[in-house]
Design a protein around this ligand. Structure first.
Ligand code: GLC
Length: 413
């Protein structure tokens, strides 16, 4: 028996695509969020240089929420506090190492973020570090640190209205410690019963299940594997998080951007198995989104629109295609995702529909009535023999190249 997902988990799966944001003091250096550690910068020097110069003058929460919406993203997971220990929210006296205390900022960026998400219909999620390079108690008095962490989380759960959930990261830093997870999660459930609880298991432990309160497993920088939920106590979701180049916090000299086709294919590969894709952006030091990152996101949004938006309701099927091809079900219809079709050309231009042809899918149960491309409505011819389906898939019409083309089928079950 596969357990039925609780409502918040079922709703999370339907969101499908989210924006991850890494923003903090480190962003001003443009060398990634680990620079304090990797660059061996003493805490005092780091604080002096980056806390005092932090302005967030370009941090426009409304513009960010609008961009997410434009990109087809349904939620945003923002770093409310990262390993450096600096909080973007008002820690209400717990600490003075936060955005409202930064002399050049004096704003609660999380308040702005939550308000903007509300206005744009985006679900706000809070990334929160569990590992802390700033407070001494992390190394010297762990139980006191855990209390500080819980109190911090309680602020996030009580001061910002209804939130989507908490996304923790850092337990991998002390593998054998007692993190008192039950108490932390109980704090969240007490104030925000509908909030998702996620705790990143890190690069070394993809998709590992954790505490029973955890609502989704994580796949950091890796395409997720399908989860066998047979006999599980609770239905948990799957989420992949990935960088847009090779850094989470902005790497100003990181030019190794993923291509738009790669990002589209990753989104498809996640939805194939019902996993969410949480794609990261790293704003500049002033909080503004880099134009190149904005463009890539807009491109994904355009693709989602062209292909009809079936990715949100997509549920995995038992249908198998050749290579990367696959099918999902959404809203009573079946959608075939066909890769690498190329462009339908002619001899005088250097384009050629060399991917056009017969696409084979097996395990197609029920009688196929019709199949058509979602982007232009073109009817496709096919032959079905028992559960084997052969679709004749034309290449993309000249003037387009969808990378992954989606065909919608009516199947009588
Ligand atoms: C890692 C890193 C961290 C980043 C996270 C995102 O755990 O420590 O910097 O925030 O991955 O998944």
């Amino acid at each position: 028996m596969i357990p039925t997902p609780e409502k918040r988990i079922a709703e999370f799966e339907k969101k499908g695509f989210g924006m991850f944001i890494h923003y903090g003091l480190y962003s001003q250096m443009g060398k990634g969020e680990w620079i304090m550690c990797n660059g061996h910068i003493p805490e005092e020097k780091y604080r002096e240089e980056l806390f005092n110069s932090f302005t967030a003058s370009g941090f426009d929460a409304r513009a960010i929420a609008r961009l997410a919406k434009r990109a087809g993203m349904k939620y945003i997971t923002l770093t409310t506090r990262h390993h450096e220990g600096f909080s973007l929210y008002d820690t209400c006296g717990l600490s003075d190492y936060d955005a409202p205390h930064a002399p050049g900022c004096r704003r609660d960026l999380i308040r702005e973020f939550v308000d903007a998400c509300g206005e744009e219909g985006i679900m706000p999620m809070f990334y929160h570090t569990t590992l802390d390079w700033h407070v001494k108690s992390f190394d010297e008095d762990f139980p006191a640190y855990l209390k500080y962490l819980r109190d911090s989380v309680e602020i996030l759960c009580t001061n910002y209205g209804k939130i989507g959930g908490l996304w923790f990261d850092g337990n991998w830093s002390k593998q054998d410690a007692d993190w008192e997870e039950d108490a932390l999660y109980a704090t969240i459930r007490r104030h925000q019963p509908d909030a998702l609880i996620i705790n990143n298991t890190g690069i070394g432990a993809q998709g590992r299940l954790g505490n029973p309160e955890i609502d989704s497993v994580t796949f950091e920088q890796a395409r997720p594997e399908p989860m066998n939920r047979e006999g599980m106590e609770k239905y948990v979701a799957t989420e992949m998080c990935g960088t847009i180049n090779d850094h989470w916090g902005v790497g100003a000299n990181d030019f190794n951007y993923k291509s738009l086709p790669e990002l589209i294919e990753t989104l498809c590969a996640c939805r194939r198995i019902g996993a969410n894709f949480l794609l990261n952006v790293g704003p500049a030091g002033d909080g503004s989104i880099l134009p190149i990152q904005k463009c890539l996101l807009e491109g994904i949004g355009d693709w989602i629109r062209a292909c009809g938006g079936c990715i949100y309701d997509a549920k995995p099927t038992e249908i198998r295609g050749d290579g990367k091809n696959f099918a999902v079900k959404a809203g009573g219809k079946t959608y075939f995702f066909i890769h690498d079709l190329g462009i339908f050309g002619q001899a005088h231009v250097t384009v050629a529909g060399n991917g056009e042809g017969i696409k084979y899918f097996e395990n197609v149960k029920g009688k196929v009535r019709s199949i058509r491309y979602v982007d232009n409505g073109e009817e496709l011819s096919f032959i079905q023999k028992w559960n084997d389906l052969f679709i004749y898939a034309p290449a993309c019409p000249y003037g387009s190249n969808y990378v992954v083309r989606v065909a919608e089928a009516e199947i009588e079950e």
